[in-house]
Design a protein around this ligand. Structure first.
Ligand code: BT5
Length: 249
């Protein structure tokens, strides 16, 4: 039983059947610390690509750089996919960027919101974070891509002012089953297409004044002019591959 009628559970069997036709093996778990950790473990055990683990409630969701992803039970989608990308690991930094393109495209198409990207892979609606991605190389040939999306999350449930949900943004669709199916289809298509220009076209960071916080604790402020061939953000002529970016007014 679930108490909150606005937050129905995922329909695992229907999802598994529909997505199975596209080659995904979908598993819904009621609760786990982090779907990225679950899929990483399965990758190390040798599971083939196509595994998708969705948690109705993630109790220790992870962000990048040791941060966290917080979401109440069934308020959003928290899931991870196992990819075995092949090719040169040199191209892998683009993977989460392409996956983010798929997320933004799915939200534009299905939820009819004006989703854009903040480098490297935050998905923004109305300038606020609606989805985040965390990609981790978990074995020499395996990458886990974790996606967190706020669907019916209320303002007081969000961690800060700069976050929003599809419901708060007035989205046309809040059905998580349909969203999950669309997200997986679009993410698959975008990672296969690997179109850097599609990323650049959706990336709202390009052309903005930004502040980049670097791993060593220092920061640089300037104009973001491009995303280069390695997926790095170019700010006043210098390229950054890691670091945290704030859009400055
Ligand atoms: C991310 O990190 O945005 C990556 C989030 C990935 C979450 C998914 S859920 C399924 C899978 N399993 C996992 O354990 N993780 C992945 P980052 O760019 O570091 O952003 C983290 C920051 O976003 C936090 O420090 C908060 O400020 C903020 N944040 C946390 N929860 C949020 C939410 N629900 N909505 C918007 N922002 C949030």
């Amino acid at each position: 039983m679930y108490a909150d009628l606005s937050r129905p559970p995922l329909r695992e069997r229907a999802l598994a059947r529909a997505l199975g036709r596209d080659g995904w093996r979908v598993e819904v778990v009621q609760r786990c610390p982090s779907t990225n950790a679950v899929v990483a473990e399965r990758a190390r055990q040798g599971d083939p690509p196509g595994l998708v683990v969705v948690a109705e409630h993630q109790t220790a969701g992870r962000g990048r750089l040791d941060r966290s992803w917080e979401s109440p039970p069934r308020a959003g989608l928290t899931f991870s996919l196992l990819l075995r990308p092949g090719g040169e690991p040199a191209g892998w930094p683009w993977l989460p960027l392409h996956a983010a393109v798929g997320v933004a495209e799915a939200l534009r198409e299905l939820a009819e919101v004006d989703a854009v990207l903040k480098w490297p892979n935050d998905v923004l609606v109305d300038g606020r974070k609606t989805a985040g991605l965390l990609a981790e190389v978990v074995a020499p040939d395996a990458v886990v891509v974790g996606i967190g999306l706020n669907v019916t999350t209320r303002r007081e449930e969000l961690p800060h002012e700069g976050a929003t949900s599809l419901a708060l943004a007035g989205a046309a669709l809040l059905d998580r089953d349909t969203l999950l199916r669309g997200l997986l289809r679009r993410v698959h298509a975008a990672t296969a297409a690997a179109d850097a220009d599609a990323y650049r076209a959706l990336c709202s960071t390009i052309g903005r004044q930004v502040r980049v916080s670097l791993p060593d604790g220092s920061a640089r402020q300037g104009t973001a002019t491009a995303v280069d061939a390695d997926g790095r953000l170019v700010v006043d002529g210098a390229a950054y591959g890691a670091g945290d970016v704030v859009h400055v007014r």
